[in-house]
Structure formats: C-alpha cells, structure tokens
Ligand binder design. Sequence first.
Ligand SMILES: Cc1cc2nc3c(=O)[nH]c(=O)nc-3n(C[C@H](O)[C@H](O)[C@H](O)COP(=O)(O)O)c2cc1C
Length: 168
Amino acid sequence: MHVTTTDFRAALGAFATGVCVAATRDAGGAPAGVTVNSFASVSLEPPLVLFCLGRGGTALARFSAAPSWAIHVLADNQRDLARRFALSRRHAPGVDPWDGLAWEEDETRLPVIPGCLARLTCLADRVVEGGDHAILLGRVERLSWEKAGRPLLYFRGRYEAVAEAHPA
Ligand SMILES: Cc1cc2nc3c(=O)[nH]c(=O)nc-3n(C[C@H](O)[C@H](O)[C@H](O)COP(=O)(O)O)c2cc1C
C-alpha cells in the first residue's frame, strides 16, 4: 500500500498529543522558538527527550547548532502561544514571535516562557536523521513543573482541551 501524505496526516492526527514550544538562542544570541507536538520522552537513565524538526523549515538550522534548548509544555490557556510560535519565518518574514511577549531568561540565558505546565532544559545530545525531519535528542539537565493546570492538546489538526474528569 502506498502511504500518501494525506492519509499519513489523517491517521497520525488520531494520536492526540500535548503541545510544546522548544526555545533556544541562535548563533547570534537572539531567542528562537518553535511550536512542536513531536516531543517525547526517550530514556530515564540517562534522562533523554526528543523532538523532531522539518528539514524544510528555518528552525532546524538554529536548533541543531545550539548547545542547549528548553522545552515548554503548554497549558490549555496558551493557544495563542502555540499559534505565535507556529508562524513560519519563511511565510511571515520579519515577524518576531518574541515581540510583545513577556519572556524571561534562565541562568544559562535560555528563554523562559512563563505560565507553562512544565519546562525542561536540555543539553543537545545528538541530531539523528529522520527522513524529511531531523530528530533532536537532548539530555535533561533541569526540570520544573506545576502541580495544577491542564494541558493544551492537538488532535486531528485542531487544538483541544482535556474534558473535566468525571467523579468516580
Ligand atoms: C500544533 C503544532 C505542532 C507542530 N509540531 C511541529 C513539529 O513537531 N516539528 C516541526 O518541524 N514543526 C512543527 N510544527 C510547525 C512549526 O511550528 C512551524 O510552523 C514550522 O517549523 C515552520 O517554521 P520555520 O520555517 O520557521 O522552521 C507544528 C505546528 C503546530 C501548529
């Protein structure tokens, strides 16, 4: 069976994911960020995570050259952030997603996006070939997380929220 892009997207869209913003500093020191739902945990010992970036985009060059990056797990009230960091620099040249955003920086000068459910800072470990994407593996160095709050989800090409849990 030949797998078409349309069928691949439709089938994989059934796999609901969280939504993250990966952030780093580019070679010139400017903040860089991109919305990803390809984030996954890989290994506990050593603590490794991954996310994938398309080879056709502009983000890969900035992230694959960076010595470290941070993953921000978005909360359900952060859809605007997801949209902001999904704007391709190719399609919206001159639009800086960090403009007008209240962001901070951590002790290593990596950008910090406040209000997220969790944040992981990682040392770049490896970039592995993955077809038309590259797989960026990172070794987790620091973690922070919120005990409250609900996740932003991506399902069938749309943002969703987790339904309220039903009492048992
Ligand atoms: C919910 C969502 C998830 C996304 N996940 C990824 C991803 O995992 N990898 C990726 O390369 N692009 C992903 N994108 C697209 C990027 O956010 C961005 O549009 C793309 O990298 C183009 O930007 P660039 O040309 O500046 O690299 C996602 C977009 C959305 C809306």
